[in-house]
Design a protein around this ligand. Sequence first.
Ligand SMILES: [Zn+2]
Length: 435
Amino acid sequence: MVANSGNRPSETATIFIILDGFRHDYLERADYLRSIAHWQGRVRETFGFISTRPAMCAGVYPEQTNLCFEYKFMPEGVTFRPPLFRLLALANRLIPNRYLRLPATAWLRTTSRAVVPRRTVLVGNMPFHHFPLFEYAEHNLQTEPGYLSVPTIYDILREHQQSYAYYGYARPKRGVEVFKRIYSLLFRNDMHEADRTMTEQFKTALSHHRPNFIHLHYSACDWVGHQFGPDSPQIDDAIRLVDSLVKEVHELALRYYRQVRLLVTGDHGMVEVKSNHDLDNQVLKSIPFSEPDDYVCFRDSTMARFWFFKPGAEEAIRACLGEVPWGQIINEDLMARHHIRFADNSNGDLIFLLDPGAVLMPNYYQGGGVLPKGMHGYDPDIVDNQGAIAIHDGDRSFAISEGSTLDLVDVFPTLLDLHGLPLRQGLCGRSVLGQ
Ligand SMILES: [Zn+2]
């Protein structure tokens, strides 16, 4: 648990629960959540992958923070030092890279100074000699002061001397929990264990502290949706699990607090994967330019991002991508629509977005012939890419009609409103409660 120092007993609590990958229609199968929801609707994710955190915790779009993708182009970065990756590239001549990734990940997690890489970095499928060109976009936790240049919900809670408990992305895991997690994933393929363990920790912590604001993040639907598909029988179990955990958390909180308000949201949905495409063999093989001297490409699962160095490389790649029937180049109109008119090119000189249901394979996260069955990170307007959102607050009326589709940036003002904190002028989003 991450908590600030002001642990004054509280009479009321706001509980913010993110259900990762909880698609818009999963709410119909979440009996408890549906039964307590006073308002429900859909939520459209922000463009990219990590942009969901700034959107929810500060109500900002990617172009306001530059936080959009896990990796940004930054050869002067500190996380992926060239000597280590030169050594790995050398070793890779003799040893397949699948045997090198685990020790390299362990090394980076041990030596990284910044908290987010230290807890989350994974040496995936990117060629070793490409790593030093990139940097982890997030170094700080969203709860830490200075995470963004605009105030986050945690900054505002601190300002109002309110206490919080955080069980979210990159939360600390220690000792037994780390081994339990590795064991359950590697040997039992148990994608429910992490969420159950976190709930037990929350229950123990609540018997000692009464934070004003509680943030929990459950991952089972995302993991299961990727591995088995968004409409698989396994997803029904994951929906039942997270619904039962919401119930446990809510009922326990009602024993400790006079009043409990809940905002439960999917950060995105999950689209069924129908096709996979090899960018190198199908598109880039024919161009007379090579990486990393002429251009560099980061292969995200649903996007390819390019940086160009040699004259002519951009034109050649644009021409090839223009012919591809399973995706599109993000042009200026789309950049404006998705709020990704970035101040610099660290997220890419060009972004190619795949059509819903298509994935790049291999990409820098997945390879080795293991195809995901579900994916997100498509055009945010694609319905299956949208999450469900539900609010429990019987005392308040709602300014936005039930069933509406919100933007993820609306979560922040709604949370402030739900918690009784003032909204500053000029926010991008709007509160469902209408303060
Ligand atoms: Zn995911």
